[in-house]
Design a binder for this molecule. Structure first.
Ligand code: ADP
Ligand code: MG
Length: 710
């Protein structure tokens, strides 16, 4: 079987010179994250092999293509060259013969498997042309009557140069050295119907012969449940502890829902949806507090998060503090600036603008306004954290499309108020004051993930779209039918509608992506001579980008050819047709984001997903999901199913390394229980509870805790 760590030579001692000194084995263990005895003890098998029985070769042959173990004497051992070089060994017992083939082998194996040797071999035995045969069995040289193992044999996750035998020994050795004390009390075990830590661990490393193998394999066995519970409890404790620590920090209370907030609501051309009002209430209550809010505002694309953010900013300004809004792209920052400044400037609020592309003089002017406190609201891009911005009295930080920023970037902005102009503030604790933080995301995170990865955040959800939106109709179209698509684009433009044409994602090469965009643009210019076609991509200078976007917003451009720069946030309600080329190359959340650029006005919108056949199974599934639903939460749920949590959140955010045993698609009930116990332990910091928390975190997270903190 093609499993590198079980290559047959490692199953037995070979005559090769021993070349791995102890130090290098330690390094190899460390590469697997196995540094301490406890690490080893918690290095649990990924599966088990049943070597407890030997059956006759005839019986194995009759069962056909199942994994079985047989024992016999070698009757021949030859290197053959047809169809390719291989070692062919014949093994015989009383019932018949088995041909063992090794396509990769060491020369020493010909001596080791000499005629007359007794061998126990295990593998997938099938009917071959010459009778029973097995490719790359695992095998052992044994003496007649050698006892069989009485328990299933664990197979551990391994790395290069680490044999199973060595891992097993190291783990057994570590199990003798660790302190086994259960981190949970008998009462806690009883409350959650958990088995003791020690019995769970011992059982998983050495399952008894009579064990329910199915439950062991699918990890529903109580021993696995205990491990998953412990792992999740550690994660919940770590995250929630960060949350409790935050409550102990200072923030400026922003209690005033005053003149600005009121006037602002009146000038809005619409009334807030019930969902917007509800989350607004949640945010208002939070930022009135004198400890920092850290809230994630989730809402599907187009659900109206911007106005909620602006209202929160209004409350900060009403209370006498500055607010800052950071967006991941210039296009988006620019759009926010127009929209929000458009709402606020008439009310006498001074809004500053800061991006990397500002000319030096403009930048200095902006910085000066921010530092002096003249600017009450600041809108911009990463420049807000890269530049040496000194805020005057920063009360609230808003991060739009937060998933597009790195953890570090968000942290830096949060720390900004610590470096602000201290002398003007008489409050002595200025240096420890943290601004309230509102993060917004249109990539909804299913509840399971939110609970396990964002347990230190408060979460608000806008689960309702503003009224009057017509649902987007989504179709997938073979790209051979491009002519028809172009005809549709033309028809839409003649009805006064606007169109996005998104170019294929080419991950390997930005240059290639650019080239494709330019070619698509040329193609459409030629095919649609009576329309104005525009082109926007990441390599344009900010001013050029802005000019194109402005023309599109003004309706001067009918068809906007774009790379994925328009993926997030862009809001042009008159656009009602979205064409995505090579849709099979995009991920679900990206497709959903892109599609969210249309369906923002009253007109019925259409999204055409052009694909190149043949489609792979995953791409097929994605396109089907896109046709079936426009609900971002449902899409996120399916995305999680297709990709698993690690990829879903991106390695940076996922803390995936922390969840080795729990499976978020099946173990929600364990997450719920672990979360409940974590809450209890932290809420009541009795001496016993403090000991429990510390011991549990030390056991499960030793040194890895920071990874989870942000
Ligand atoms: P997103 O949540 O994707 O950031 P936006 O904040 O860009 O969405 O809002 C999408 C559009 O809906 C904007 O044009 C916005 O002005 C509009 N909008 C927001 N709230 C409402 C509402 N309550 N009623 C009508 N339109 C609204
Ligand atoms: Mg938005």
């Amino acid at each position: 079987m093609p499993e590198p760590t079980r290559k047959s030579p490692s199953a037995t001692k070979t005559s090769k010179p021993a070349k791995a000194p102890a130090a290098s084995r330690e390094t190899k263990l460390a590469r697997l994250g196995l540094r301490t005895d406890m690490d080893l003890v918690l290095h649990l098998p990924m599966r088990y092999e049943d070597e407890t029985q030997v059956i006759s070769i005839q019986q194995a042959n009759l069962m056909g293509a199942t994994i079985a173990q047989v024992e016999g004497i070698v009757t021949s051992c030859d290197i053959q060259y047809r169809p390719r070089r291989q070692l062919v060994v014949t093994l015989a017992d009383d019932s018949g013969q088995l041909m063992m083939r090794f396509l990769n082998f060491y020369g020493s194996q010909t001596t080791q498997l000499a005629v007359g040797t007794r061998v126990r071999a295990r593998g997938e035995i099938r009917h071959g042309f010459f009778g029973a045969e097995v490719v790359h069995p695992t095998y052992k040289i044994v003496l007649e009557g050698a006892p069989l193992p009485s328990a299933l044999t664990p197979v551990y996750p391994s790395g290069e140069g680490l044999s199973q035998v060595f891992l097993r020994k190291s783990i057994a050795n570590a199990m003798q050295k660790i302190e086994w004390r259960d981190t949970l009390s008998p009462a806690q075990l009883a409350a959650y119907q958990l088995i003791p830590f020690e019995s769970a661990v011992r059982l998983l490393h050495n399952p008894p012969p009579e064990i329910d193998e199915g439950a062991l394999e699918d990890r529903s066995h109580p021993a696995w449940v205990r491990m998953k519970f412990d792992e999740l409890l550690a994660q919940q404790l770590s995250l929630k502890r960060a949350q409790f620590a935050r409550r102990a920090q200072n923030a400026r209370a922003l209690p005033n829902v005053g003149t600005l907030s009121g006037a602002f609501l009146k000038t809005l051309p619409f009334t807030l949806t019930a969902a917007q009002q509800r989350v607004m209430g949640e945010i208002r209550a939070d930022i009135k507090q004198s400890f920092p809010m850290q809230r994630l505002l989730q809402g599907d694309v187009g659900s109206g998060k911007t106005v909620v953010a602006a209202l929160a900013a209004a409350q900060a300004i009403d209370s006498g503090f500055q607010a800052v809004l950071m967006a991941p792209t210039e296009i988006l920052a620019d759009q926010h600036f127009r929209k929000i400044a458009g709402w606020m400037a008439p009310l006498g609020i001074s809004v500053a603008w800061l991006t990397g592309s500002l000319k030096k003089k403009e930048k200095l002017a902006s910085l000066e306004r921010i530092t002096s406190g003249e600017a009450q609201l600041v809108i911009g891009t990463h420049a807000l954290i890269q530049e040496t911005v000194q805020f005057f009295r920063l009360g609230l930080v808003i991060v739009d499309e937060q998933h597009r920023f790195g953890v570090g970037q968000r942290l830096t902005l949060r720390q900004k108020s610590a470096t602000e102009n201290g002398n003007t503030d008489t409050d002595k604790t200025t240096s420890q004051v943290v601004p309230h933080q509102l993060m917004m995301s249109a990539t909804p995170i299913p509840r399971t993930l939110a609970m396990t990865y964002y347990a230190d955040l408060e979460i608000s959800v806008i689960d309702e779209l503003p009224p009057g939106r017509t649902p987007i109709v989504t179709r997938s179209v073979d790209q051979n039918r491009r002519e028809e698509v172009i005809a549709r684009v033309h028809a839409a433009a003649q009805e006064g509608r606007q169109v996005y044409w998104v170019c294929p994602l080419i991950e390997e090469s930005e240059a290639l992506q650019l080239q494709t965009a330019t070619e698509t643009y040329a193609m459409l210019v030629e095919a649609l001579p009576d329309l104005t076609v525009g082109l926007v991509h990441g390599r344009l200078k900010p001013a050029e980008k802005q000019a194109v976007m402005e023309a599109f917003i003004a309706g001067d451009i009918h068809v906007l050819v774009a790379t994925t720069v328009i993926e997030v946030g862009v809001d042009v309600p008159n656009a009602s047709l979205m064409v995505i080329e090579h849709a099979e190359r995009f991920g679900l959340s990206q497709l959903h984001q892109l599609r969210g650029r249309v369906g923002r006005g009253l007109a019925a919108s259409v999204c055409l997903l052009l694909y190149q056949s043949p489609l792979g199974p995953i791409a097929k599934q994605r396109l089907m999901t896109m046709r079936e639903t426009t609900d971002g939460f449902e899409i996120a749920r399916r995305d999680l199913e297709i990709r698993g949590p690690g990829e879903f959140l991106g390695a940076r955010q996922s803390g995936q390394a922390m969840l080795r045993f729990a499976d978020l698609t099946t173990d929600q009930w364990i997450v719920d229980q672990a979360s409940e116990l974590a809450e209890q332990l932290l809420r009541h910091p009795t001496p016993e509870n403090i000991v429990t928390v510390d011991a549990h975190l030390a056991r499960w997270l030793a040194g890895r805790e920071d990874y989870l903190k942000v």
